[in-house]
Design a protein around this ligand. Structure first.
Ligand code: AMP
Length: 215
């Protein structure tokens, strides 16, 4: 049983760690950003609403996101826990999540807070490439695929996220600092917070996270 949240600015490595954590602990990976992107691809109403905010690097309104997450957490596969990636992103979302878990007598086991400086974040975001098919994440310099433009895992085509251009990326970092960073204090008070230096290798960061969660 593991109920966990991944917290950290865009580009901190939340997606990369999420893939490894869910693989080890056998819990579902719930990325609100991925859910929105899938809805945009399918052209749903939710996708249309989310797209205008996402393209500018702004946050989708709390109510929309909270309803979506509560709905997802009510599914059977979350009965043994879950890993939230990119949610909550505001104090209101965090309060709603706590209240929702409390209804069934539960609470978060850990909030994994990955810290990375702004200069490094910009390099990571603008160089990031993501598999269109399976969502695996690469970097043109730091984690290049074996064949340029092709996913090592599934052979899918790699592309740059629309919101990873320099201007939108910078706005997303600023939005993180003003709206999401206050969650660090919120979760420190609740006792669930665990801080990690994200400016290290993928393996070393993952080992430290596993140490904190426990086998
Ligand atoms: P991500 O893939 O987590 O970087 O999210 C991409 C974009 O989706 C964000 O820049 C927001 O526009 C939107 N988004 C994802 N999760 C949330 C959330 N919890 N609250 C508000 N907006 C979100």
């Amino acid at each position: 049983m593991l109920r966990a949240v991944l917290l950290g600015p865009p580009g901190a490595g939340k997606g990369t760690m999420a893939f490894k954590i869910v693989d080890k602990y056998g819990i579902p990976h719930i990325s609100t950003g991925d859910i929105f992107r899938a809805n945009i691809k399918e052209g749903t109403e939710l996708g249309k609403k989310a797209q205008e905010y996402m393209n500018k690097g702004e946050l989708v309104p709390d109510e929309l996101v909270c309803d979506l997450v509560k709905d997802r957490l009510s599914k059977d596969d979350c009965s043994n826990g879950f890993l939230l990636d990119g949610f909550p992103r505001t104090i209101m979302q965090a309060v709603e999540l706590d209240a929702f878990l409390k209804e069934s007598g539960n609470r978060l086991d850990i909030v994994v807070n990955i810290q990375v400086g702004k200069e490094e974040l910009m390099k990571r975001l603008t160089g990031r490439r993501v598999c269109k098919n399976c969502g695996a994440s690469y970097h043109i310099v730091n984690i290049p695929p074996k064949v340029e433009g092709v996913c090592d895992q599934c052979g899918g085509e790699l592309q740059q996220r629309k919101d990873d251009n320099a201007e939108t990326a910078e706005n997303r970092i600023n939005v993180y600092e003003t709206q999401t960073a206050p969650l660090v204090g919120y979760y420190a008070e609740s006792g669930a917070l665990a801080d990690f230096n994200g400016e290290t290798s993928v393996d070393s960061l993952f080992d430290k996270i596993v140490e904190a969660i426990g086998e």
